[in-house]
Structures are given as structure tokens and as C-alpha cells.
Design a protein around this ligand. Structure first.
Ligand SMILES: [Mn+2]
Length: 424
């Protein structure tokens, strides 16, 4: 869905006076507001193709209508988000759900919306129609060499498709593990998985990265073969310099200190990418920042501090992606909210008084250290995020604009009310 320039301008003109008042206040509160606005404008968050339809649970799925029916319509939906917020300039595809027949057509369409192809995602956690061997008992860990080879070949095929699209990375998430004690020999499962990852690694082009994503539990409930950041770090270290750990916020055991994990992975130069979402209990796939916004800020605080310590480019050097998809909200509205929450947490982290924090830490001034972080978290920086959007030609209030332009009604009119997007 292409928006006309005048639509965005008319939306912005209604909100401009109020926005400018808010911005003036923030500028009086925050040092280097201009520097923060520039970094925000550069920062892009990839949208996964599977988040554009209503997510289901194993109990049911309730479509909101107008869901994208094919890869072209998925690109159009992400293009719409990017027109509204100028921060969703990349798409992450999932193979085989998004296998592209007309690669050059898709590349042209994506380019029209200013979208790049972020990490490619392989799928060995479910069986596809016509597939020779089953992944019921795992893929790369499997006791049968033929199943392992099938999984390796699939990942190499995903790399091949990614090369054609201009992607530069492969994310491997394995559901491998076991549901009952005794089911699996842990050492053999680890070794088989490492051997398979090595074969996949060998197929990576020189300028590609592989991200090894970990998850504590589900769908396996006794053990997971890439179960935590330590195991992922072990695989990534053994694989080589193109291999990194990917942190999905929903893939930890309750109360894990994710900000500390992030800090150490950055220190070891093994943090590759991020999957944003939020949760109350487990891998809930809720909107980023909807449950624990302070944790999201603390994670960004470590990201900014750790990336700056290494002289890294915030926008380019890590893969940033949303990985969430749930059952009750309009998926596009949900994604607009997630992007907004991520940008806000990033802005808050950028506004932390680093010098004062270092001094407070060096003096063991615990109360002052907390005050410095909470000052950044509790200052309303939404006007900085909005200003970055405004300067990029996007909407001051993306969610309001989405409703004002009756975008969902338009999508339902074009695609119908009963469409179901491919994905989970
Ligand atoms: Mn993920």
C-alpha cells in the first residue's frame, strides 16, 4: 500500500505545534539531542515476514483480515510500516515459507519501498509437504546421518536464496532437544549439531555471518541442544569468526539477566543479532516493551555502552529484528508499537550520562548510579523519536496515522477478510 506524500504531510501538520513544544522541552533536558536524533534516524529494525499475519497458538488462530497472501503482499505491508515510521527498512525472510519464485521482481518491489533483505531464516523445526525424512526427533542433532544431511542441505539452500536477494546472514534456530530423560545422548547431540553447523558454515560466502539462536525450552521440554547463551557461544566459538550468538529476548529462563549476557557477548565479539519481543512467562511473543520496558532500556544501555567501547556502528554492525507474533492485535499496529518501543529504549540508552555513570561506578556510589540510569529512563524522549521520523519524511504518530488512513480497511478491501498469511 503506497501512501501519498500529502497524506503524511497533512497528518504531521495537525500534530506539529504540539510536537514542537514537546521537542523544545526535551532539548532543554537532554545533552546532545541533535546527535541522538541523527542516530535514531539511521537505526533500522528488520520486520520478519511471519509477523505480518495474526499469530496463532496451539489452541487457535483469529485472523484480523487483509493478511498478506504471498511474499509480494508481505513486502507491501513492511513497505507501509516503513512509510509510516522510517525505521522498518528491512525484511527478514523465512524459508520455505517465503521461497521466492521471481527473485528480481521481489528485489525491485523491495527497492521501491526502500527495503533491504536482512537475515535469512531456515526451518528444520517442522516437516514440509513432500519432505523425505522427518524432523520429529531433531534435525542437526539427529541419530540418523541422512536426516542431518537433509537439514544441512536445507540451510545451504537458504544461503543460496539469500545470496540472490542480497542478504548477508543466516539465522539458525533449532528446536532440537529432548522431551524426556534418557531420550538423548547430550554429548552426541552436541557433536552432531556442531558437525552440521560446520558444514553450513563452510557454505557461507566470505562476507556473510551465521547467527546461532538459543532457546531454553519449547518445543522440547527436558533439554534443548542450543539451550542458552553459553551453548550458543560454544558453537559460535568453535565455528569461527563468521559465527555469532543471537539473543532472542523471549528465549531465557525466568529472571535471566539478559543485559549482562549482552554485555559479555559484546566483550567477546560474539554478539551477532537480536530478536525483540516481550514476555511475562516464557516465549510469549508479546509486543516489545509492553511488559518490561525498563529491562529493554537496560539491555540497550549495555548495547550502546558495549558497542561504543568497541567503536561499532550501532545501525550496521548487529542484526536488529523483531520476532513476535501473537493472537489479539492487528499485526501491523503491533509492529508499529514494537518499533516505537525499541526506538525509545535506544534513545533512552543514548541519553545516559556515561561520564557521570563511570565516575559513580568508580566511587562505588550505588545510589547515584541508579539515579543516572533512571534519569534517562524516566525522561520522556518520545519527541526525539518523533523528530527523527519527521526529518525522514515519516509520520509523527505512526499508529494514529495507520488508523487515520484506514490502512487495515483498505487491505481487507483488496485482499479479503478471510486471508491467512503463511507462517506459524
Ligand atoms: Mn527468535
Amino acid at each position: 500500500m503506497k501512501l501519498e506524500k500529502y497524506q503524511i504531510e497533512s497528518h504531521n501538520s495537525e500534530l506539529l505545534a504540539r510536537h514542537q513544544n514537546r521537542l523544545a522541552f526535551v532539548k532543554s533536558e537532554v545533552a546532545d539531542a541533535e546527535g541522538i536524533i541523527k542516530k535514531l534516524a539511521d537505526f533500522q529494525i528488520a520486520i520478519p515476514s511471519w509477523a505480518l499475519g495474526t499469530g496463532g497458538t496451539r489452541f487457535g488462530r483469529f485472523s484480523s483480515g487483509g493478511e498478506p497472501r504471498n511474499i509480494e503482499e508481505k513486502i507491501e505491508d513492511i513497505g507501509l510500516l516503513h512509510q509510516l515510521n522510517a525505521s522498518s527498512g528491512a525484511v527478514s525472510l523465512h524459508i520455505p515459507w517465503d521461497t521466492v519464485a521471481d527473485t528480481s521482481g521481489i528485489k525491485t518491489l523491495a527497492a521501491q519501498y526502500g527495503l533491504k533483505f536482512d537475515a535469512m531464516n531456515s526451518n528444520t523445526f517442522q516437516d514440509q509437504p513432500g519432505q523425505a525424512l522427518s524432523y520429529k526427533f531433531g534435525s542437526l542433532q539427529h541419530v540418523d546421518k541422512a536426516v542431518r544431511k537433509q537439514a544441512v542441505d536445507h540451510n545451504i539452500e537458504v544461503i543460496r536464496q539469500g545470496i540472490e536477494l542480497g542478504s548477508k546472514s543466516l539465522t539458525v534456530w533449532l528446536s532440537d532437544g529432548s522431551c524426556f530423560p534418557g531420550q538423548l545422548n547430550f554429548r552426541k547431540a552436541f557433536q552432531n549439531t556442531l558437525d552440521g553447523l560446520k558444514e553450513i558454515y563452510a557454505a557461507l560466502p566470505a562476507d556473510w555471518k551465521i547467527f546461532v539462536e538459543y532457546k531454553a525450552f519449547e518445543p522440547n521440554f527436558y533439554s534443548t541442544t542450543v539451550g542458552d547463551w553459553g551453548q550458543s557461544f560454544l558453537y559460535a566459538s568453535k565455528l569461527g569468526p563468521k559465527a555469532y550468538t543471537l539473543v532472542d529476548l523471549g528465549h531465557h529462563l525466568p529472571n535471566a539477566n539478559i543485559e549482562q549476557i549482552v554485555a559479555l557477548l559484546l566483550l567477546e565479539e560474539k554478539l551477532g543479532g537480536f530478536h525483540f519481543n516481550d514476555s511475562k512467562y516464557g516465549d510469549d511473543d508479546l509486543t516489545a516493551g509492553s511488559i518490561k520496558p525498563y529491562q529493554l532500556f537496560l539491555i540497550f544501555n549495555e548495547l550502546v555502552e558495549g558497542m561504543d567501547a568497541r567503536g561499532m556502528d550501532h545501525a550496521q554492525d548487529l542484526g536488529w529484528m523483531i520476532d513476535a507474533s501473537h493472537n489479539v492485535k492487528d499485526p501491523l499496529e503491533d509492529l508499529l508499537q514494537s518499533v516505537e518501543a525499541i526506538m525509545l529504549a535506544y534513545a533512552q540508552a543514548l541519553s545516559v550520562d556515561r561520564k557521570a555513570l563511570q565516575e559513580a561506578q568508580a566511587a562505588n556510589d550505588v545510589a547515584r548510579s541508579q539515579e543516572i540510569l533512571q534519569q534517562a529512563f524516566r525522561t520522556d524522549l518520545r519527541a526525539l523519536v518523533a523528530e527523527a521520523r519527521l526529518r525522514s519524511g515519516a509520520a509523527l504518530a505512526p499508529l494514529e496515522a495507520f488508523r487515520q488512513f484506514k490502512a487495515r480497511e483498505e487491505l481487507v478491501r483488496h485482499r479479503g477478510s478471510k486471508t491467512v498469511a503463511t507462517g506459524l
